[in-house]
Design a protein around this ligand. Sequence first.
Ligand SMILES: [Zn+2]
Ligand SMILES: [Zn+2]
Length: 145
Amino acid sequence: MLRTPASGLINRGGTSDETIFGADGRGTPFEERVDRAVTAWTGSGRGQDRLASGAAFFALHLWWLDARHHDRADDDLTRAYVDACYAAIGGPRGWDALLRTRVRCRCHGVTWRTENITICLGCLRYQCPDTDGRTCTACSGRLVG
Ligand SMILES: [Zn+2]
Ligand SMILES: [Zn+2]
């Protein structure tokens, strides 16, 4: 089930990754992109190929944790979707492996463990955690992580 750490942050190219990541998705609020992904997932009979993986899942999970922290994570269907994605990447062990994967920031080309880096909910670029404020330098999107 669990992929090698090196490929752990490369999205599988499934429909859901395209919905969250895709060119059509940029500029659309992250919440709406998640709604689309959840709708596509339920519409497909909860197909495994509609689950987010890689960086798309990383952003999704951080967004979800942030929403939960602010008591905004109350949608059962979204919760089921995030849980299914989480299980598909290997559960706690998969998430742990993902956090220990090293990725390069798009601002300076510096390598970080994903547990120390931030990701933009707008353009899905990894960025240094010391970026000024919590706004993406490339698209002004919100940074999580
Ligand atoms: Zn950087
Ligand atoms: Zn951005």
